[in-house]
Design a protein around this ligand. Structure first.
Ligand SMILES: Cc1ncc(C[n+]2csc(CCOP(=O)(O)OP(=O)(O)O)c2C)c(N)n1
Ligand code: SF4
Length: 263
């Protein structure tokens, strides 16, 4: 962990043993260190949830806002002072359920912020309710017989809504995740980095991933590189419903809100 970016007086943190969130924070702080950004010109924001506690441990100005509203607050911060670097930590519930509208409109406006979504497929903090990314058939306190609603694909959603940079990795892929966050930080416009990660307490123990390493093994086994995934789709290969593509999905230069279009 990059100590100079850590508020060590706030430790110990609240995360359960084996939670994936610490790994993701570490990757984000490593990436941000590589950018050379000034801590006093960088702002972290979040909504509410386990994931949203992350900015509280980081030594910058930060806003711990209301559930689902981090992107709205981040838009305000960026508009008030466009020279600030603005980074949001969010959960899948925070981003895609209560905050779903802020998410798609943030992408549409292509506001220059970087959003890191810790996607554990569940509302972790409140005890494990199903979220818009709970996979079909998976168990939560609100889907005791298995989720029946099709989940959102956060990557597809961000691309369709207009984000300039979109990637997906996992808490297992620390090097690739760090590189993706770095690229997202430096790409002007809205960047989404979805990170699939383990929540042994609220998701794992209900879905046969009781040990943190069980879910890490799942992530390692089922994350398929985007290029390979596309080949498999083209050739009609049977793809396991547990598998998902990872990598960089979009890097483009749509006009960015608040930045005059040079064309
Ligand atoms: C307006 C409002 N509704 C509901 C809640 C209760 N609540 C707190 S955290 C949370 C869900 C968090 O889930 P997620 O965003 O996936 O984050 P995680 O805890 O899994 O990291 C909910 C529903 C709240 N704080 N505010
Ligand atoms: S409940 Fe889940 S997401 Fe929350 S700290 Fe524990 S393991 Fe992490």
């Amino acid at each position: 962990m990059r100590n100079e970016w850590l508020r060590s007086d706030r430790l110990p943190h609240i995360y359960c043993a084996g939670c994936g969130n610490g790994t993701i924070m570490n990757c984000v702080l490593e990436a941000i260190t590589q950018t050379g950004w000034d801590r006093t010109r960088t702002v972290f924001l979040s909504g509410i949830g386990c994931s949203s506690r992350a900015p509280g441990y980081i030594m910058t100005d930060s806003l711990h806002t209301t559930h689902g509203r981090a992107i709205a607050f981040a838009t305000g911060v960026k508009m008030a002072d466009p020279s600030l670097h603005v980074v949001v930590f969010t959960g899948d519930g925070d981003l895609a359920a209560i905050g779903g509208n802020h998410f798609i409109h943030g992408c549409r406006r292509n506001i220059d912020i970087t959003v890191v979504c810790m996607n554990n497929h569940i509302y972790g903090m409140t005890g494990g309710q199903g979220s818009p990314t709970t996979p079909l058939g998976k168990t939560s306190t609100t889907t005791p017989y298995g989720a029946e609603e099709a989940p959102f694909d956060l990557v597809e959603l961000a691309i369709a809504a207009g984000a300039n940079y979109v990637a997906r990795w996992t808490s297992y892929h620390v090097k690739q995740l760090t590189d993706a966050v770095y690229d997202g930080l430096l790409t002007p416009g809205f960047s989404l980095i979805e990170v699939r990660c383990q929540c042994p307490t609220s998701y794992g123990r209900r879905n046969k991933y009781r040990e943190p390493t069980d879910y890490m093994t799942y992530l390692k086994t089922n994350a398929i590189l985007k290029r390979k995934w596309e080949e498999m789709e083209r050739s009609g290969e049977n793809i396991s419903p547990d598998s998902f593509p990872v990598g960089e999905f979009v890097r483009r230069s749509r006009p960015v809100m608040g930045v005059p279009d040079e064309a």
